[in-house]
Design a protein around this ligand. Structure first.
Ligand code: ATP
Ligand code: MG
Length: 424
């Protein structure tokens, strides 16, 4: 990205939100735009961060033989009537409906119905099972509370995956496998998560666990054991006989010693059993020659919520504890280097441009700041675009040398240009 060609406009941050400073910065710098509560547009950096997160998730799913699909975003009312969830979703005001003269559709809040309708044409006998079908796509929910910018949108980007098994034992094995895949994904994203027992909500009446990242700005509250890393969402305390339920389903017996903490829910996995396949009457022919209902699991990761979370966790503060900027983790950051070029010195600008091109040839994306901003403003802007490694061209430097600086530390070093290129 060459800054002078990016539509860049000079900006000044004022009073960033003290709970979600990084996302407020995105808003103030027009990297996200809020049209109305919960509806956002994304500019290049947050968009490409989302794509990089998506790529990590996809890699782990494909490694585990999950198959990528794409369900329609606009879905006919009929499949929702078959599952008996149309009225439920409409009554709870979650669903966006589209009415034409002759038909009614919804914008997908989730995809159990759509995937089942898809799978039943394909998975006709036990020989096709087990299988895991997944997709990345927008979900639409008319959320009432839209706190936390990208954390809770009316439309948001999710990975949702669905497992199909012959029997309960297989379903549970698929669930345990996906549980492990989720830990691997979150680990690669640099997030330490714990899986806690959850109240399943609208998808529910089934065993489910939420993947939680501890953070004081999180909207969920969980009770958990620091040693065993097991626990539950406090929403469960609203259930009748919750003690019995926790003991029987999740093996949690003594809740008096659990620690109460705030957390962000990044994923939610469910053992659905035959709940949907039965109501939608979707069967496969078993080894015994008879029809059976699929045993299903479903698994969601909030990809756009992860974008917001990774931004917030990447916040860099100055000496006074005020928001300074953001340094995204290098393996996820869309741009790896921020090249500061003096716009008035053609010779140095040429050298900086040459570095930019060389990096591009090597497949390393960088930002070339060739604007007429001051040197200080350019350094500040690295933190607006989430880049930690800053490469400076400067006429005070010896010929053939560049200066490396880091947005999140005071470290500086001068290195030879060739040395830098050879060590990339
Ligand atoms: P929540 O409890 O946060 O409302 P949920 O349990 O209803 O979420 P699921 O249907 O299980 O959510 O969705 C899977 C994942 O999608 C969640 O774990 C969360 O990370 C993300 N997610 C859910 N709703 C939203 C939303 N409105 N905006 C952004 N991400 C969301
Ligand atoms: Mg939830």
């Amino acid at each position: 990205m060459i800054l002078s060609k990016s539509g860049y406009k000079n900006f000044k941050l004022s009073n960033v939100d003290n709970i979600f400073p990084a996302q407020d910065m995105l808003l103030q710098t027009s990297q996200i735009k809020q049209y109305t509560s919960g509806i956002y547009a994304y500019d290049t950096v947050p968009l490409y961060l989302q794509k990089n997160i998506e790529e990590v998730i996809r890699k782990h799913l494909n490694k585990n033989n999950c198959m990528e699909t794409q369900m329609p975003l606009m879905q006919p009312k009929e499949i929702w009537e078959q599952s008996g969830r149309w009225d439920k979703y409409v009554q709870s005001d979650v669903m966006f409906q589209i009415h034409t003269e002759s038909n009614t559709y919804c914008l997908a809040p989730t995809a159990e119905e759509a995937i089942l309708a898809f799978a039943k044409d394909k998975l006709k006998t036990y020989k096709s099972l087990p299988v895991n079908l997944y997709q990345f796509g927008q979900k639409f929910r008319d959320e009432i509370r839209n706190r936390g910018y990208l954390f809770r949108g009316k439309n948001f980007y999710m990975m949702d995956s669905y497992t199909f098994d012959q029997d309960e034992q297989g379903m549970k094995a698929s669930y345990q496998n996906m549980r492990k895949v989720y830990f691997d994904i979150l680990n690669e994203l640099g997030l330490e998560a714990i899986a806690v027992a959850a109240d399943s909500g609208a998808i529910g009446d089934s065993l489910s666990e939420e993947f939680m990242v501890l953070a004081d700005f999180g909207e969920d509250t969980i009770l958990y054991d620091e040693q065993t890393k097991s626990g539950f969402n406090v929403e469960i305390l609203e259930k009748e006989n919750y003690e019995e339920y926790l003991a029987k389903e999740y093996g949690i017996v003594d809740i008096s010693k659990l620690k109460r903490v705030k957390a962000v829910e990044v994923g939610h996995i469910f053992q659905l059993g035959d709940k949907y396949s039965r109501t939608m009457n979707c069967t496969f022919i078993g080894n015994d020659g008879r029809p059976h209902y699929y045993q299903m699991g479903c698994y969601g990761i909030g990809v756009s919520r992860l974008v917001g979370l990774i931004y917030e966790l990447s916040t860099v503060k100055n000496e006074n504890g005020d928001f300074k900027g953001v340094t995204l983790p290098k393996h996820l950051s869309p741009f790896k280097y921020y090249i500061v070029a003096p716009d008035k010195n053609q010779e140095l600008l040429d050298k900086a441009t040459k570095l930019y091109n060389t990096l591009q040839e090597k497949g390393i994306d960088a930002i070339l700041d060739d604007t007429d901003n001051s040197f200080g403003a350019k350094i500040r802007n690295a933190g607006i675009y989430g880049v930690n490694d800053i490469v400076i061209f400067n006429n005070r430097l010896e010929d053939g040398k560049i200066q490396l600086e880091y947005f999140n530390s005071d470290q500086k070093q001068e290195v030879g240009y060739d040395h830098f290129i050879n060590n990339l």
